[in-house]
Design a protein around this ligand. Structure first.
Ligand SMILES: [Zn+2]
Length: 442
């Protein structure tokens, strides 16, 4: 007698073998048979027509806030994810003093586009220290397992206060304090430490993230906290200053190398992407990672299973029209009013005869990348698609050039701006444009 039988599914077991049809029997929480499973079961699940797989581990999430108030962890749980890793990109919510709550919410809002109001209403803030954060998460049930990394940004703000956000270098005493707090967090069960060096990441006030320019001594000083522990991963994201003039790749990677080498025997990992502005960086990252591997530094690269993209539309934070003067005039109107105004062909003609202005700058969360993307719209329109190409609501992330805005403009003999304008008005103004901004090549 089994507890559960899952019958009729197509099993993809993760070993790399072809999918196969079989039943699965579970007793006392353990899979006891894969095959016919002829015995009875208290509960039988018919998986006919579905794939049955082990749970997925999502290595890169930003559930650091949601996990404090949400037991279900949707949508990951619906996607078959059973373990998540949090604290990526150096952002998160612990450690945090009572006076810094808003600062960290603005940081997460700017970096990950998670609405600040949702965070402000949801976060329970039952903690100051990282160990207290872990206790708070343990106190509520969760549908999935989670691993928390110590995020560099909150740690730096906790130790350095306002000095952390104004690009000041950490003193020896600051570094010692960050080291000791990381050690305390690892002892409390943190799975690692993460830092973010991306210029595209800004707080909602437009400030640089506190750690984007951290000195290698600071990173190495913190990494030394791992020595003495037999677990712990050093994580990093870095865009290698792609938006700035000159190629900073080698010196930025040198900084990461110093960081990774400061905790010998520990694993290191970093996000691995190909970006439009620097299309060959992924090869350089691979070469330096392989060199480090040969030299005994266990650096693993993390690539996403599909390209990373942005959703652009009239209900989104960003979209291609947002820098046109005629759009800026109506930008503060309600969604319905904007859709009505934009539907006027006279406004369309006027807007598209204008030149977009620059949006990024002091006091705005708009990253300089937005201006670059808008300026490059004609070149990148081959990677812009309607998220739901047939308008049915069914999304397609893997469309080819033929359904891009560039191809549509060629077919119609109009500008890509005209195509994007019309697309955004489809579905009563709710159509999302999927811009596949980063390609993953393995
Ligand atoms: Zn991230």
């Amino acid at each position: 007698m089994f507890d559960i039988k899952i019958i009729g599914g197509s099993i993809v077991d993760g070993d790399g073998v072809e999918a196969y049809e079989a039943n699965i029997a579970i007793k006392d929480g353990i899979i006891v048979e894969v095959g016919d499973c002829t015995g009875d079961a208290a509960n039988t699940i018919d998986a006919g027509g579905a794939i049955v797989t082990p749970g997925f581990i999502d290595l890169h999430t930003h559930y650091d806030g949601q996990i404090s108030w949400d037991e279900e962890m949707k949508p990951s749980i619906n996607h078959g994810v059973t373990t998540i890793v949090m604290g990526n990109c150096g952002v998160g919510f612990a450690p945090c003093r009572k006076t810094d709550h808003e600062k960290l919410i603005k940081l997460m809002e700017g970096v990950e586009d998670i609405p600040g109001t949702a965070l402000a209403e949801g976060l329970t803030w039952d903690w100051e220290s990282f160990p207290q954060y872990m206790d708070a998460l343990d106190a509520i049930p969760n549908t999935l397992d989670f691993l928390a990394m110590v995020p560099h940004d909150p740690l730096r703000v906790f130790v350095m206060g306002d000095r952390a956000v104004f690009n000041e270098q950490a003193t020896k005493a600051d570094i010692k304090a960050m080291h000791d707090l990381t050690s305390e967090a690892l002892a409390a069960g943190a799975v690692g430490f993460s830092t973010g060096r991306s210029d595209a990441h800004r707080s909602a006030d437009g400030e640089w993230t506190p750690t984007s320019e951290a000195h290698p001594d600071e990173l190495a000083g913190i990494a030394k906290a791992f020595n003495g522990f037999d677990y712990g991963v050093l994580h990093a994201v870095n865009d290698f200053d792609q938006e700035r003039p000159g190629d900073q790749f080698e010196q930025e990677f040198d900084i990461l190398e110093t960081y990774f080498r400061a905790a010998p025997g520990h694993k290191a990992s970093m996000t691995w992407m190909q970006r439009d502005l620097v299309p060959d960086h992924w090869k350089k990252i691979m070469k330096r990672a392989e060199d480090l591997q040969k030299d005994g530094v266990d650096l693993r690269l993390q690539a996403a299973p599909r390209g990373i993209g942005l959703f652009l539309g009239l209900q989104s934070t960003f979209h291609p029209l947002m820098a046109f003067p005629s759009y800026i005039e109506i930008a503060d109107l309600s969604f319905e009013e904007r859709v009505a105004r934009l539907s006027d062909p006279i406004l369309k003609e006027k807007m598209l005869s204008e030149t977009p202005i620059k949006l990024a700058g002091t006091g705005t969360s708009v990253p300089p990348m937005t201006d670059i993307m808008i300026a490059m719209t004609e070149q990148i329109a081959g990677k812009m698609f309607k998220l739901s190409p047939d308008g049915s609501g069914k999304v397609d992330y893997e469309q080819g050039y033929v359904s891009s805005a560039a191809a549509e403009a060629e077919r119609k003999g109009v500008s890509v701006w005209s195509v994007l304008y019309d697309w955004m008005l489809e579905d009563d103004g709710k159509m999302l444009i999927y811009f596949r901004s980063i390609i993953i090549r393995i």
